[in-house]
Structures are given as structure tokens and as C-alpha cells.
Design a protein around this ligand. Sequence first.
Ligand code: ZN
Length: 117
Amino acid sequence: MGRRRHSKRGQSRQKQAKQAQHHLLNLLASHQELPEELVDSAAVHLMKITRRHRLRIPVTHRHLVCRACWAPHTRSVNLRVRIKHGQRIATCTVCGDLRRQGGGPKSHRIRPSEVSV
Ligand SMILES: [Zn+2]
């Protein structure tokens, strides 16, 4: 099958990719009811689509897949989460990738300007 010419400035391609991404995200979100192999392949498929079409994964679903090795983080065995210095630190136990979330110790300080006002 060859690549079709751009129709409507490529919007439908983007639309289809987003629909597929949405479907896979829903699938990953309901991982508890699904067999492991399906969740694994859904995670890989999701990342492939996301990269090929340069899409973004919504923040609400970003934690579902490791962005380094594409392992699904739906099972606790694949992910270790610790709170350190006011940051949420998530470690992928499959590849050891580390993701920090939050501003760290200084972001929780009360700024002098906020106290005086
Ligand atoms: Zn990983």
C-alpha cells in the first residue's frame, strides 16, 4: 500500500493517529482487565504512533509508559516511585530510567513578597 497524497493538508492523517493514540491510552488505562502481553504491545504501539506522527501524550496518561524503553508502567513491578526533596521520582525498573516531577525543595518555599502582601 502506497502513501496517499495529502488530503485536507494532512489533517485526516493527524486525526487518525490521534484516534489510534486515544484508543491505546484507553486500553492502557484499563490494563487491570487485560492480559500482560496485550498491555505490553499496546505500550509499544502507542509509542510508535506517537513518534511517527509527532504527537504528545496527554499529561494525564504520561505515566503509563516508560519513555526510554517503552515498557508499560501499569504494573508496580515495572515502576518504583519515591518522594525525595519534595520531588516525585519515578524509576523504571526495566531500564533504570529516572524521571523527576515537581520543582524540588526550593519550590515549596514561601517567597518574601507573598508574605508581606
Ligand atoms: Zn524503562
